[in-house]
Design a protein around this ligand. Sequence first.
Ligand SMILES: Nc1ncnc2c1ncn2[C@@H]1O[C@H](COP(=O)(O)OP(=O)(O)O)[C@@H](O)[C@H]1O
Ligand SMILES: [Mg+2]
Length: 233
Amino acid sequence: MEPLIKVENIHKIYNPGENEVRALDGIDLEIQRGEFVAIIGHSGSGKSTLMNMLGCLDVPTSGNYFLNGHDVSKLTDNQLSDIRNKEIGFIFQGFNLIANLNAVENVELPLIYRGLGKQKRRKIAVEALKKVGLGARMKHKPSELSGGQQQRVAVARAIAAQPPIVLADEPTGNLDTKSTKEIMDILKGLHKGGRTVIIITHDDDIAQQVKRVVRIIDGRIEEDYLNEEREGA
Ligand SMILES: Nc1ncnc2c1ncn2[C@@H]1O[C@H](COP(=O)(O)OP(=O)(O)O)[C@@H](O)[C@H]1O
Ligand SMILES: [Mg+2]
C-alpha cells in the first residue's frame, strides 16, 4: 500500500543567498498509516520546519511530498486547508488556546470550519474533553487551568474531529513530569486506537516511549530506528 507520508529529498532554505539557513537539507522519509514516530533532535535541527511541511503548513524549497498518494505541491490552497482541517490534528508546545474562550469553546472552534451545527459541535467537544479527563473543567478559561490541563484541552481540540493523523510539536516541552506522562498516555492511546501519531521532541526519555525514532541533525536524518530492535543492542 502507498505510504501515508512520503517525503523525497526535501530542502527548506530560509533567506536564500549569503545568510541562508538550510533548515532541511535533503530529507527522505516514509511513514505508514498507524505508525507512532518520534522526530528528535537538538534545538535548531529542523524539527519544526519538518513538522510544518508534514502538516501542509509550509512548502519546501525543493523536493516532493506525497500525502496519501497526493502530490501536495499540486494542491490548491483550499485543498490544503481542507486536508489540515480533516486529516490532521495539531498540538503545539505553547498550547495555542484562545484566552477568552473556555475549554469547551476552544475545542469547538475548529469544528465550525467543518460545517458542523452548534449542538453537534458541543456534543463532540464535550466527548473529547471527557476523553482527556477534563469532564469537570469544561467551563474553565485557560488562565484557570494548569499547564498540563491546558495542553489536554489542546489535545482534545486536536482530536475532537477524529483526524487520522496527529502531529505534536514538543507537546510536553512546557510541562512537569506528571503532566508529561498524562499527555504521553493520551498519545499512546491514540496510536493504539489506530491513529498515525508523530511527536516532535528533544527529550530522549519521550523518544524511548515511542515505537520508531527519527533523529535529525542539521536538517538531515541521522538515524531512523525502532526502539524494540535497539533493546539490548
Ligand atoms: N522563518 C524562518 N526564517 C529564517 N530561519 C528560520 C525560520 N524558521 C526556522 N529557521 C531556522 O531554521 C533552523 C531550523 O529551525 P526549526 O525547524 O525551528 O528547528 P527545531 O524545531 O528543531 O528547533 C534554525 O536554524 C532556525 O533558526
Ligand atoms: Mg521546534
